[in-house]
Design a protein around this ligand. Structure first.
Ligand code: G6P
Length: 612
C-alpha cells in the first residue's frame, strides 16, 4: 500500500525522504509528494508518477532549501483518481497543517460535509484531506497539535497510518496508527517515522512499532506515546534484524505469500464503510446513480479474463440466486468478436484487477457503443476501465505484486457479494434476511484468518504431491469456479498441468484419466449439493484416485473417503468461494516453492496483459 517516511534532526531532510520513498516503491504507488516545514511555512511538492520524476522536478525548478523537518508519501489511490491534486501531503485551509495518510477513512463524507458547512474549502477528492481540516478545526480551540490529532482521530472510523506536521509547532511530527503499520526510527539526535523499516534502515535499526489506537509525538530528541484516549503508553525500542529484501516482503519469502496472508484485511477493506450490518444493507457510492438501471435491468453480463473471469462466474451464482437477475458471464476476448446482442436494458460489469487488460477494455467499449450501462469492478483506482466506465466499485485490495492473482480475487468476490446484497434489498429483500447475509459477510475475514492458521497441513500435502504431472480440481455450484481457480493457480506457478471441472462433468471425460497417480482436489463444503459431490468423490475413490478434500470443519464423513482433508469454516453457501479458495492458493504456492519455481514471476506470464 502507500508509503510513509518522516525525518526530524540535524541533517537535510529532503534527500532522506526521497531515498526512503524509493525504498518503499515495491509497495506500489501512483504518485508521490513531500512536505517540508521551513521558516513558518510548509513547502509542498507533489506529483503523479515516480519518485524519480518528483526528484527531477524539484531539482529542475528552484530546488528546495535545507530543511530539518519533513515527510514524504507515495500514494496508491483509494478515493479520487491518481493526479497531482490528490497526491499527498494534504493541507488545511491556511496551509499550516499537513497530513500524509495510508488507509481508508470510512466516514470521510459525513465529516467533509460538516466541515464544508463550517466554511472549510477542500481541494482534493481524497478521504485524507478531511483529516487536515478536522485537525485545523480542533486546533483552533485547543492550540495543541498532539491533543488536536488525538481528538480528530476519535471522530474517525476506518484505518490509518498517518503523520502530521504543523507550522504552529515546528519542532515535531505527530504519528498515529490504526490498522495501517507505522514505526518510529530512533537515531542519535534524530528521529524517523516510516510505514516500514525499509525506508529508514540505512539510518537506524532501532525502531518502535506503534500499535492500533496509539499516537506519538516525535522530536529530534525522542518520542512519547499515548492512546488516542490520552492514556500514556510505554514503548520498547526494538532492533530490526531483517535485511531489506525481507522487509519489502513483510518477512515472507514471496510477495504471493504476503498477499495470501493479507486477505483477512483486504476482504475487510472491500466491505469497509459499505456493509451496513444492522440495516442488513450495502451502500456503494459508485453505483448510487445507476440504481434504477440495476433494479430494472433485463440482464447482467459479467466480463473479465483469467482470475477475474472466475470471479465473474461466482458472481453469476450470487446475482441469479440472491438478487434474481438473469446473468451471463463472458470471456472478454470472446465477447468482443462475436457481435453480441446487447440492448440498453443490459448492465455489463467489467471485472479487472489492473483495469487495463486490453480485451476487457475493448469489450467494455463494445458494450458501451451498443447502449448498455457499463460498470467497473476494478482494483487499480484511476485505471482506464475505471475512468471509461459509467460507474462501479473499487475492490480496495491494495497493490498486488505477485503475478498470480490472490487477494484481488477474494476482494472481487466480496465486492460481488456486496453488489448482490444491495440489489436484492433494493428489489424488496426483507431487512431481516438482509441482516442474516450481512452478518455472515461480516464474519468472513475472521474465517479466512482461521484457514491461514492451518498452513502446515497444506504444506505437507504439497510435499507429497510436488512430483505429480497432472491435477484435477472438481467442485459444484459456486465452488465450480473455485475449482477452476485452483487449477489455474497451480498451472500458473508450478507448471503442473491442471484442469478444473464441474464435479458431475467428470463422468463425461476426465474420469478416463483417473488412476492411482492422479491427485483430485474436491471442493466439497456441506451445502445443498454436498451429497451429490460425495457421489463423485466415491467414483474417484473406486478408481484409486488420490483425493484431497476441501471440507467443512464439522464434516465427519469425508475423512473416511479422502486421503487428505483441509478444513475450512462453514459459511452461507454462496459466500463459500471466498473462504474455500484460500487452501487452493496455498496448495499451489507450496507445490511451486517445493519445485523451485519463481513464484512471484512465473515464466511467460504478465501481471497486466495490455495486448490482445
Ligand atoms: C493476467 C494475469 C492474471 C489476471 C488476468 C486478468 O493473465 O496474470 O492474474 O487474472 O491477466 O487481469 P485483470 O487485471 O484484468 O484482472
Amino acid at each position: 500500500m502507500c508509503g510513509i517516511v518522516g525525518y526530524i534532526g540535524p541533517k537535510n531532510s529532503l534527500p532522506i525522504l526521497l531515498e526512503g520513498l524509493k525504498r518503499l516503491e515495491y509497495r506500489g504507488y501512483d504518485s508521490a509528494g513531500v512536505a517540508l516545514s521551513h521558516g513558518g511555512k510548509i513547502l509542498i511538492r507533489k506529483r503523479t508518477g515516480k519518485v524519480a520524476e518528483l526528484k527531477a522536478e524539484i531539482e529542475k525548478s528552484d530546488g528546495l532549501p535545507v530543511v530539518h523537518l519533513g515527510m514524504g508519501h507515495t500514494r496508491w489511490a483509494t478515493h479520487g483518481e491518481p493526479n497531482d491534486v490528490n497526491a499527498h501531503p494534504h493541507l488545511d485551509c491556511k496551509g499550516n497543517i499537513a497530513v500524509i495518510h495510508n488507509g481508508i477513512i470510512e466516514n470521510y463524507l459525513a465529516i467533509k460535509t460538516k466541515l464544508i458547512l463550517e466554511g472549510h474549502i477542500f481541494k482534493s477528492a481524497t478521504d485524507t484531506e478531511v483529516l487536515a481540516h478536522l485537525i485545523e478545526a480542533i486546533y483552533a480551540k485547543s492550540s495543541n497539535l498532539f491533543t488536536a490529532v488525538s481528538a480528530a482521530l476519535r471522530e474517525v472510523q476506518g484505518t490509518y497510518g498517518l503523520v502530521v506536521l504543523s507550522t504552529m509547532e515546528p519542532d515535531k511530527m505527530i504519528a498515529a496508527r490504526m490498522g495501517s503499520p507505522l514505526i518510529i526510527g530512533v537515531g542519535d539526535g534524530e528521529s524517523f517515522v516510516a510505514a516500514d523499516a525499509a525506508a529508514i534502515i540505512e539510518h537506524t535499526r532501532q525502531v518502535v512499532y506503534l500499535n492500533d489506537g496509539e499516537v506519538a509525538e516525535v522530536t529530534a530528541k525522542g518520542f512519547q506515546t499515548k492512546t488516542i484516549f490520552d492514556i500514556s503508553v510505554d514503548k520498547e525500542v526494538e532492533e530490526v534484524t531483517f535485511d531489506l529484501s525481507q522487509i519489502e516482503r513483510g518477512g515472507y519469502e514471496h510477495f504471493m505469500m504476503k498477499e495470501i496472508n493479507e486477505q483477512p484485511e483486504t476482504i475487510r477493506n472491500a466491505m469497509r464503510g459499505r456493509l451496513l450490518v444492522e440495516e442488513g444493507d450495502v451502500k456503494l457510492g459508485g453505483l448510487q446513480h445507476v440504481m434504477d438501471k440495476l433494479v430494472y435491468a433485463q440482464r447482467f453480463i459479467i466480463i473479465g479474463c483469467g482470475t477475474s473471469w472466475h470471479a465473474g462466474l461466482v458472481g453469476e451464482y450470487l446475482l441469479e440466486h440472491i438478487a434474481r437477475v438473469r446473468t451471463e458471464v463472458e470471456y472478454a476476448s470472446e465477447f468482443r468478436y462475436r457481435n453480441p446482442v446487447i440492448t440498453k436494458n443490459d448492465v455489463v460489469f467489467l471485472i479487472s484487477q489492473s483495469g487495463e487488460t486490453a480485451d476487457t477494455l475493448a469489450a467494455m467499449r463494445e458494450a458501451k457503443s451498443k447502449g448498455a450501462t457499463v460498470l467497473g469492478i476494478v482494483n487499480v483506482v484511476g485505471s482506464t476501465i475505471a475512468r471509461e466506465s459509467q460507474g462501479g466499485v473499487y475492490v480496495h485490495a491494495g497493490p498486488e505484486i505477485g503475478v498470480a492473482s490472490t487477494k484481488a480475487f477474494t476482494s472481487q468476490l466480496t465486492t460481488l457479494a456486496l453488489i448482490t446484497l444491495m440489489i436484492a434489498r433494493a428489489k424488496g429483500m426483507p431487512t431481516q434476511d438482509g441482516r442474516v447475509l450481512a452478518k455472515e459477510l461480516d464474519s468472513i475475514p475472521a474465517k479466512v484468518s482461521s484457514v491461514l492458521k492451518n498452513l502446515e497441513s497444506v504444506r505437507s500435502i504439497a510435499e507429497e504431491f510436488k512430483g505429480a504431472r497432472n491435477f484435477l480440481f472438481l467442485g459444484r455450484g459456486s465452488n465450480f469456479p473455485v475449482a477452476l481457480e485452483g487449477a489455474l493457480k497451480l498451472k500458473e506457478i508450478s507448471y503442473i498441468h491442471a484442469e478444473g471441472y464441474p464435479a458431475a462433468e467428470m463422468k463425461h471425460g476426465p474420469i478416463a484419466l483417473i488412476d492411482e497417480h492422479m491427485p483430485v482436489v474436491f471442493v466439497v463444503p456441506k451445502d445443498s449439493i454436498y451429497e451429490k459431490v460425495i457421489s463423485n468423490v466415491q467414483e474417484v475413490k473406486a478408481r484409486k484416485g488420490r483425493i484431497i478434500a476441501i471440507a467443512n470443519e464439522d464434516d465427519t464423513e469425508i475423512s473416511r473417503m479422502a486421503d487428505h482433508v483441509i478444513r475450512v469454516p462453514r459459511t452461507y453457501g454462496f459466500f463459500g468461494p471466498i473462504i474455500n479458495v484460500i487452501p487452493l492458493q496455498l496448495l499451489a504456492y507450496y507445490i511451486a516453492v517445493a519445485r523451485g519455481c519463481n513464484v512471484d514471476q512465473p515464466r511467460n506470464l504478465a501481471k497486466s496483459v495490455t495486448v490482445e
